[in-house]
Ligand binder design. Structure first.
Ligand SMILES: Nc1ncnc2c1ncn2[C@@H]1O[C@H](COP(=O)(O)OP(=O)(O)OP(=O)(O)O)[C@@H](O)[C@H]1O
Ligand SMILES: [Mg+2]
Length: 287
């Protein structure tokens, strides 16, 4: 297979559906999020290079926000972090992604295990609309091959952590599609949490939601950060400042693939940015 650049890897689509050997612990341990490290990550779709040598440490038990204008590769980068990028047939990548020091692209690692440890929530809430709230929460268990667990406990625990339990505890058998948009997004968060991930990736999780639902999700993020590592893409600069500890500013130009201009503590990215392009972006002067 040809690579558009030296060092690029053409990824095979994942066909891994074997059950997991690792059982889910009875209760989530606290303060055990994982550190994700991207080392010189570049990405292509066909011959189109969309990310160039991205280096970023996403520290355990913290929230990292990815910001930058449309098309600069934020979602692509996020999907690389849980091996969803390779599901696109033309997708290629170079570099390494380390989860607690181990390369998630190591040939001995199964994509399904990485996707269980690194969950993802998307822009548009995507519950299974006809499926009950209860079955939505446990749907991921089956998909990732987890067996032999107490589903009732997992449903209650996941919905509680997602901040939805009190609103749905008496209607768990109603369809997920009957919930409001904000509730559906929290249901999707609960579905991700059910498989007990170490990291949660969130791609503009509030962009389809009203301000009240947005605030509710931000509260949930604030509660989850104690035992999960969160990476969130947002176009909302106020949100980035409210929820994140660290921030990475991505930028792409016509002949320059997406790359990180600057990253660091959120207070510094917004308060004392080093690069004038960062200053202009966070001040809303472009993008
Ligand atoms: N499946 C795909 N096939 C081909 N090109 C793609 C695909 N997905 C994304 N791209 C291209 O990769 C580049 C980065 O896209 P990406 O969606 O990662 O940007 P983004 O920063 O998330 O943008 P936005 O803020 O609009 O969501 C863009 O040029 C886009 O057209
Ligand atoms: Mg995107």
């Amino acid at each position: 297979m040809t690579s558009p650049d030296s060092g690029a890897t053409t990824l095979a689509p994942a066909a891994d559906t074997q059950p997991l050997a690792t059982p889910i612990p009875a209760a989530p341990p606290h303060g055990r999020g994982s550190t994700l490290v991207a080392e010189s990550v570049s990405a292509w779709f066909g011959t189109h290079k969309v990310l160039e040598r991205v280096d970023l440490v996403m520290a355990a038990n913290s929230v990292t926000a990815l910001i930058g204008p449309s098309g600069c590769g934020k979602s692509t980068f996020l999907r690389i972090l849980n091996r969803m990028h390779e599901l696109v047939p033309s997708a290629q990548l170079a570099g390494r992604v380390l989860l607690d020091g181990e390369d998630i692209y190591d040939s001995a690692r199964r994509p399904i295990e990485t996707r269980r440890r690194v969950g993802m929530v998307f822009q548009k809430p995507n519950p299974f609309p006809a499926m009950s709230i209860y079955d939505n929460v446990v749907a991921g268990l089956k998909l990732t091959g987890v067996r032999g667990v107490d589903k009732d406990t997992i449903v209650q625990r996941s919905l509680t952590r997602a901040g939805l339990w009190n609103e749905v505890r008496n209607r768990l058998r109603q369809p997920g599609g009957a919930l409001s948009g904000g509730q559906q997004q929290r249901l999707c968060i609960a579905r991700s949490l059910a498989v007990d991930p170490d990291v949660l990736l969130m791609d503009e999780p509030c962009s389809a939601l009203d301000p009240t639902s947005t605030r509710r999700i931000e509260e949930t993020i604030g509660e989850l950060r104690d035992d999960i590592t969160i990476v969130i893409v947002t176009h909302n600069m106020q949100q980035a400042q409210r929820v994140s500890d660290h921030c990475a500013f991505f930028l792409a130009a016509e002949n320059t693939p997406g790359h990180i201009v600057e990253s660091g503590p959120t207070t510094e990215i917004f308060g004392t940015p080093r690069d004038p392009r960062t200053a202009d972006y966070v001040a809303g002067r472009f993008g």
